[in-house]
Design a protein around this ligand. Structure first.
Ligand code: GTP
Ligand code: MG
Length: 246
């Protein structure tokens, strides 16, 4: 049917005459508009995502700065033939989901200043050393650097956790130079020996999500394996000293 008549007519009006219809195009307005509050929620999510992305960048930079410092120590000590104390290094950033979860848990606003003060393990780096003396040597070299600020020390080597966990934990603040300002970023540095790392990795695998229902007998066995690892550390250190005289 061709449509020529601009005026619509009542169907059936004028006897047998066929109804004619005007072409109308109202366009497609899209789905019905959501309630007024929805765009605001979307804006909030967009805003938070943007802030979180910027926050993650800052921690990534902080981690890179500490990583470079550790690489420099490693390479320089190797070059000087003083014995490389660092076996391996593993940096990690907390995921945005686990930052948000921890912030919720401790009732902390999602703003850099609040997070910096209250969640200090967003950026973390594990430094695995040969001997216990190396752990303290590297910790000393880092904390003596004037641009690093030591904000917390937890020496779980001097005072192991009840389950036997050993490591030296430092929270170091490092300056990060952005385009328009300098921010001080906290990084958790975990220093441990290869033996401590071996124990912690396997303990995590064996007991992760099992706590706090570990039977006493297994708890004691676990602590005993940590003692074994500590004894190995001592024996290796003594051997090294006798052979190399340091
Ligand atoms: P978080 O809130 O979990 O960071 O604990 P915290 O603030 O009490 O800090 P803590 O120094 O006790 O532990 C920080 C990190 O050290 C953990 O995230 C683990 O990587 C490591 N860690 C501490 N305790 C244990 C342990 O018993 N076993 C293992 N495998 N790792 C541990
Ligand atoms: Mg942690």
């Amino acid at each position: 049917m061709t449509i020529e008549d601009p005026e619509p007519r009542e169907p059936g009006a004028g006897g047998q005459q066929m109804a004619r219809w005007r072409n109308v195009d109202r366009g497609y307005a899209g789905p019905e508009l959501p309630p007024r509050s929805a765009p605001d929620e979307l804006d909030t999510v967009r805003g938070l995502t943007g802030e979180l992305t910027q926050l993650m960048l800052i921690y990534k930079f902080g981690l890179a700065e500490i990583g470079t410092k550790i690489d420099i120590l490693r390479e320089e000590l190797t070059h000087r033939g003083r014995g490389n104390p660092i076996e391996h290094v593993s940096p990690r950033l907390k995921t945005p989901a686990s930052i948000v979860a921890k912030a919720r848990r401790i009732d902390c606003p999602l703003a850099f200043d609040d997070l910096r003060a209250r969640i200090r393990d967003i950026a973390g780096i594990r430094v695995v050393c040969g001997f216990v003396s190396d752990v303290y040597r590297v910790a000393d070299m880092l904390t003596r650097q004037p641009d690093l600020n030591l904000v917390q020390t937890k020496d779980y080597i001097a005072e192991p956790k009840a389950n036997g966990y050993r490591s030296l934990h430092l929270i170091l603040e490092i300056p990060v130079f952005l385009s328009d300002r300098v921010v001080s970023v906290p990084v958790e540095v975990q220093l441990r020996t290869v033996a401590m790392d071996f124990w912690a990795s396997l303990e995590h695998k064996i007991y992760y999500k099992y706590d706090p229902d570990i039977p006493e007998r297994l708890r004691e066995e676990l602590a005993a394996t940590a003692e074994d690892a500590a004894r190995l550390d001592k024996r290796m250190e003594l051997l090294h000293r006798e052979i190399h005289g340091r």
